[in-house]
Ligand binder design. Sequence first.
Ligand code: ATP
Length: 245
Amino acid sequence: MSAPVQRLDVRGIVREFSGGAGVHGIDLAIAPGEIHAIVGLNGAGKTTLMRLVLGMLRPEAGTVSIDGVHLHDAPAALWAGVGQLVEHPLAYAELDGRSNLVVAARLHGIGRRHAGEVADRAIAEFDLARYAEVRASRLSLGNLQRVGLAAALQHEPRLVVLDEPTNALDPAGVILLREALLRRAAAGAGILVSSHHLDEVARIADRITVINAGRAIGALDPAGIDLERAFFAMLHADDLERPAA
Ligand SMILES: Nc1ncnc2c1ncn2[C@@H]1O[C@H](COP(=O)(O)OP(=O)(O)OP(=O)(O)O)[C@@H](O)[C@H]1O
């Protein structure tokens, strides 16, 4: 029997910056229905890895496949099945929240007739009704983040990539996002998420990969009891083994 197609399959990906920073050969796979979290200190390479996965950065070596399709062969339609929030929330400052969502839905291949309906569902899902008609430029950071997350998830992507998505969220937003991700995973999406909040990650992730100095150095057990201690022990052992360049 052939191996099932992974939502995301990253093999030996490398992108090095001057001074030795970057990503130095990471393998990572996400099966349908799986939530895979990456954790690491500031500058470990999480965002760089996500930018490589999304084709925003070109790798020097290694491959990325989404649903079995190599990125360099990827038709535009493949991106309609991806939802991402890496760096700034997608938002046109002069458009209100709902209009931003309609534009994002259209960009992800949702037809004109359905885009409004999709946006309205996302507004309900992220509790944005009060802000639907507020210009993006006037939204608080957290509400802008909610709009960005809604835009990343509303078209029901098969692969979701989110970089530190809870950073600007209030506790209610954190819960809404958690539920939104669990629903997508239950429906078969693969989800890659980075975070600095080990406890939050442990609540939703099936797998947690630790990134240090541009490498994947091990996994944390989401059901483990003292994730923080295990995390720092892993970093410490890796730093001893491979002193900083
Ligand atoms: N375009 C670039 N040119 C040079 N160096 C870069 C570039 N992009 C990232 N880096 C460096 O690569 C390393 C990894 O950065 P990256 O943003 O991937 O880390 P991160 O794990 O996402 O960190 P954080 O938790 O702070 O967001 C850092 O040392 C960063 O300064």
